[in-house]
Design a protein around this ligand. Structure first.
Ligand SMILES: *Cc1c(COP(=O)(O)O)cnc(C)c1O
Length: 378
């Protein structure tokens, strides 16, 4: 089945003999034990719940993987996955990783003896050079936030195989509609399901998908032991959202291309950043591993005062963090999402005061262009 068909028909749970066209919301925390001393699939909902199971089946189907796991947030997913490692283990991660991932590695897991090196993963040589005898995994995000730089997923997989490491990709920005890292040989795919999978800025959730049974057992153990699980209600809402995932991703991307056309030639705009932009050095790699540039982009204006006026003048788009929802959101990475880095480091990396990040929604493209136009010309 193709993606759209799987998203609509991939999960149909019969309950008490009634055939459903969707998933049944089952809020129970405990289930009657049917036979003394015999295993049954659903006993207690931290361990497994029918509605969470349906979400897990669906995200595995959409990522073309074997085992899916639902977590209470993207960070719950990432932290639970990292508990399969031990003190003394070392990891290589993208320098441009999501701030929360940087924080759990540096401020929490380091206390438990984990070691980490953050490198510019757009340069495969830097990844390979960072590998040590105790390295256990490479963790990347592509395209990166907020400059949409591209890491070569197949290249990362090759390095991981050569050194017997796990490869992990945070696939939040692309969603399984545009990029499916497991198909390229990646071991672990992670999502903040809060973003595209949820799609309406009203669910905090996370997901993990793997192919290997051995990895699935470890992640399942972490999920049950730690208990940072996705609730049945949020699982059910996500299943509903995912039926329209492809429509939303495609419409948001079409809007993005139109907005980019407008911004590229606007006199107040200096530069736009997008995975398939001609000046992006990862353009060809991105096009070889994803089927579109997505709906997150950044651009710079000529002064901080201009950026401030832009944020204050928007009438349709909202000034807020997050992405992947139906509403267009604009954010200021320098003061909102990248606050843990010192100013000089941010500037050196291109996260300047004049940089604006846009997460495009599914409104009418012309309304968005008019809104950006009036805000830029204020
Ligand atoms: C939002 C986000 C996360 C964290 O997810 P939460 O659901 O907020 O915990 C992780 N990675 C990326 C790329 C994100 O955008």
């Amino acid at each position: 089945m193709k993606f759209e068909t799987k998203a609509i028909h991939g999960v149909r749970t019969p309950e008490k003999g009634i055939e459903n066209w969707g998933s049944t919301l089952n809020m129970a925390t405990t289930f009657p034990i049917k036979t003394y001393s015999e295993w049954q699939e659903f006993e207690y909902s931290r361990v497994s719940n029918p509605t969470r199971k349906d979400f897990e089946t669906m995200i595995a189907l959409l990522e073309n993987g074997k085992h899916g796991f639902g977590f209470s947030s993207g960070m719950a997913a990432t932290s639970s996955v990292f508990t399969m490692f031990e003190a003394g283990d070392h990891f290589v991660l993208s320098l441009d990783i999501y701030g929360g991932t940087y924080r759990i590695i540096n401020d929490i897991f380091r206390k438990f003896g984990f070691e980490a090196t953050f490198v510019d993963t757009t340069d495969l040589q830097q990844i390979e050079a960072a590998v040590r005898p105790n390295t256990k995994a490479i963790f990347i995000e592509t395209p990166s936030n907020p400059l949409l730089e591209v890491t070569d997923i197949r290249g990362v997989v090759a390095i991981a195989k050569r050194h017997n490491l796990l490869s992990m990709v945070d696939n939040t920005f692309m969603s399984p509609v545009l990029q499916r890292p497991l198909e390229l040989g990646v071991d672990v795919v992670l999502h903040s399901a809060t973003k595209f999978l949820g799609g309406h800025n009203d669910i905090i959730a996370g997901a993990v998908v793997v192919n290997s049974n051995e990895l699935a057992e470890k992640i399942s153990f972490a999920q049950v032991a730690i208990g940072a699980i996705l609730s049945p209600f949020d699982s059910w809402l996500l299943l509903r959202s995912m039926k329209t995932l492809k429509l939303r991703v495609e419409k948001a991307q079409a809007n993005t291309l139109k907005l980019l056309d407008f911004l590229r030639s606007h006199p107040e705009v200096e530069k736009v950043y997008y995975p398939t932009e001609a000046h992006n050095k990862g353009k060809a790699v991105h096009e070889s591993q994803a089927s579109g540039g997505g709906s997150v982009f950044s651009f710079t204006v000529k002064s901080e005062a201009k950026a401030k006026a832009f944020f204050e003048s928007l009438k349709v788009a909202l000034f807020a963090v997050s992405l992947g929802g139906v509403e267009t959101l604009v954010t200021h990475p320098s003061t909102l999402t990248h606050t843990e880095f010192p100013e000089e480091e941010k500037v050196a990396r291109g996260v300047t005061r004049t940089l604006i990040r846009v997460a495009v929604g599914i409104e009418d493209a012309e309304d968005l262009i008019q809104d950006f136009k009036q805000a830029l010309e204020k």
